[in-house]
Design a protein around this ligand. Structure first.
Ligand code: APR
Length: 172
């Protein structure tokens, strides 16, 4: 049985098996959660990311967690919001499903997602939360044994309210 938890915290402090990074296509770090993860993980993360050769939007790649409490970091590249008619929803959904698939492949039993694409990439928070939630639930229906816990890690209170609302609507 998979538990779903929404919480407001700094994802770099979370002791999940895997934490997901909202990266860019270079995988060489940036601002936002990407910057926070690279700062907390330390320089070995950048070294490992250099060897990954980048990542396409909607795809995910995995590294060790290095200085993070998490064992793995799954780097995914969200879509830049361009108004909603350029495949953004499908690409954002793919971030969640490819990250979950990688976590499952590596044996992670808990995984933590930030609110991918809703910062620098400008994806509106509510549609992003709805797409994230729908994509995660679809994956868990397909692989009910894959994860014991899935965390929706919010940095902003309004995101936490969105995810709590979605969780409250879940059938018991
Ligand atoms: N822990 C959890 N969430 C965080 C943290 C943190 N330490 N820092 C920021 N966030 C939140 C933001 O508040 C936002 O809700 O992560 C969400 C995603 O925002 P960004 O980090 O800006 O990511 P994104 O919108 O996907 O843009 C990615 O930004 O940092 C660069 O290199 C990155 O180019 C890429 C782009």
């Amino acid at each position: 049985m998979t538990s779903f938890i929404a919480l407001q915290t700094d994802i770099t402090t979370l002791k999940a098996d895997a934490v997901v990074n909202a990266a860019n296509r270079t995988l060489l770090g940036g601002g936002g959660v990407d910057g926070a993860i690279h700062r907390a993980a330390g320089p070995r993360l950048l070294q490992a990311c250099r060897a990954l050769g980048g990542c396409e939007t909607g795809q995910s790649k995995i590294t060790l967690g290095y200085g993070l409490p998490a064992k793995w970091i799954i780097h995914t590249v969200g879509p830049v919001w361009r108004g909603g008619k350029h495949g953004e929803e499908q690409l954002l959904s793919s971030c969640y499903t490819t990250a979950l698939a990688l976590g499952r492949q590596y044996g992670a039993k808990s995984i933590a997602f930030p609110c991918i694409s809703t910062g620098v990439y400008g994806y509106p928070q509510k549609p992003a939360a709805q797409t994230a939630f729908k994509s995660v639930m679809r994956f868990v229906r397909q692989y009910p044994e894959a994860f014991d816990a899935i965390y929706f890690v919010c940095f902003l209170p309004e995101d936490l309210a969105l995810y709590n609302e979605l969780l409250e609507q879940m059938p018991c």
